[in-house]
Design a protein around this ligand. Structure first.
Ligand SMILES: O=C(O)[C@H](O)[C@@H](O)[C@@H](O)[C@H](O)CO
Ligand SMILES: [Mg+2]
Length: 382
């Protein structure tokens, strides 16, 4: 079998799908994208495509190494996201050609179902209680919300109290019936992270995500030493080499590689194993579309240390399209009691509605993340 063509489709709300065709009529789908830089990743996919046309799609490991090591400059958000989508599509082809789900090729199921969690509250955490009630009614008991709005480098008690009071209200309303992670979203400086985490400790968040920016990862062990709350990060790390450093330094209890940013299934499987060796859990990051989620689930179902899975149903970013709009086998993604079952169709387990994808790609939005500014006019981390 030989790879014959790569086609990319930028789509509402902010996603990109990649279709890889072969000379035997089997096609594979992937979801290479950096939210807000879709066109840049699209260019990278097609540049990497030069290495792939005419190659045997079954040789995923060799093609991965060729894409990674074939270029002198490697790694980073753009190239690793482009490689991630290509890797997903190659695994999709392999599973379809052997007529088995990808997780079967990776050693089979390590669990019968996988816990999911849902976002509540949007960019500026609001309507949390209402959001949790709605999702609780359909079986969710685990949630994630932004831990705060924009925060000054050294902010005041009012900002701290605003963040803490939101969390206090959740615990007051729901007690220990539900759990919630707090995503600091990189909005918090290292000094403020220590203060905020300390004030939040009594409310027992399930985890604190990105307490500081990935480029400040040396603070993870320092912050972890000050709290009992598990620290999570990983969506802005792009290879096992980056995750190696944070695992060696310690401090993270939950790794959150993104299957569409960190080199795909091949790379994230290695990251999952590295985490397990360090007694660190895995919670793949996934605010994206159905192919990215399917790739996550194929890793979750073969990784003993996978604990919960992010998914984007109802997320505040999905304006103009929802998680399952572009796929035919929607029923396979049904969440029962807050849990996914294994996807059982060959490949990644996603049947893409190609006609709709082509139609909706005709007017894909140029999604950009908001740019926030502090009261003094300086750029704030969003
Ligand atoms: O945890 C999450 O889902 C992420 O922090 C998410 O909010 C961002 O990755 C966003 O998608 C960037 O555009
Ligand atoms: Mg996050």
């Amino acid at each position: 079998m030989k790879i014959t063509k790569l086609t990319t489709y930028r789509l509402p709300p902010r996603w990109m799908f990649l279709k890889i065709e072969t000379d035997e009529g089997i096609t594979g789908w992937g979801e290479p994208v950096i939210e807000g830089k879709a066109r840049t990743v699209e260019a990278a996919v097609h540049e990497l495509g030069d290495y792939l046309i005419g190659q045997d799609p079954a040789r995923i490991n060799d093609l991965w190494q060729l894409m990674y090591r074939g270029g002198f400059y490697r790694g980073g958000a753009i190239l690793m996201s482009a490689m991630a989508g290509i890797d997903q599509a190659l695994w999709d082809i392999k599973g379809k050609s052997l007529n088995v789900p990808v997780w079967q090729l990776l050693g089979g199921l390590v669990r019968d179902n996988m816990k999911a969690y849902s976002w509540v509250g949007g960019d500026r955490p609001g309507d949390i209680i209402d959001g949790i009630n709605k999702l609780k009614a359909i079986g969710f008991d685990t949630f994630k919300l932004n831990g705060c709005e924009e925060l000054g480098f050294i902010d005041n008690s009012r900002a701290i109290d605003a963040a803490v009071n939101k969390v206090a209200q959740i615990r007051e309303t729901f007690g220990n019936e539900i759990e919630f992670g707090l995503d600091f979203h990189g909005r918090v400086s290292a000094p403020m992270a220590g203060i905020l985490i300390n004030e939040l400790e009594p409310y027992r968040p399930l985890f604190i995500e990105e307490p500081v920016l990935a480029e400040q990862a040396e603070y993870y062990p320092k912050l972890a030493a000050k709290t009992h709350i598990p620290i999570a990060a990983g969506e802005r790390m792009y290879s096992r080499f980056e995750f190696k450093r944070v695992l060696q330094a310690g401090g993270l209890s939950i790794l959150q590689p993104d299957l569409s940013h960190a080199g795909g299934i091949s790379e994230c499987l290695k990251i999952a194993g590295m985490a397990e060796a360090c007694d660190v859990s895995l919670a793949p990051h996934c605010p994206l579309g159905p192919i990215a989620l399917a790739a996550c689930l194929n890793i979750d179902f073969v990784s003993w240390n996978a604990v919960f899975q992010e998914q984007s149903m109802g997320i505040h970013y999905n304006q103009g399209a929802e998680l399952l709009d572009y796929i035919k086998n929607k029923e396979d993604f049904t969440i029962r009691n807050g849990r996914f079952n294994p996807l059982t169709k060959p490949g990644l387990g996603v049947e893409v509605d190609e006609k709709l994808v082509i139609e909706r790609s005709a007017n894909a939005p140029e999604w950009r993340n908001p740019v926030w500014r502090h009261k003094d006019g300086s750029v704030a981390e969003w």
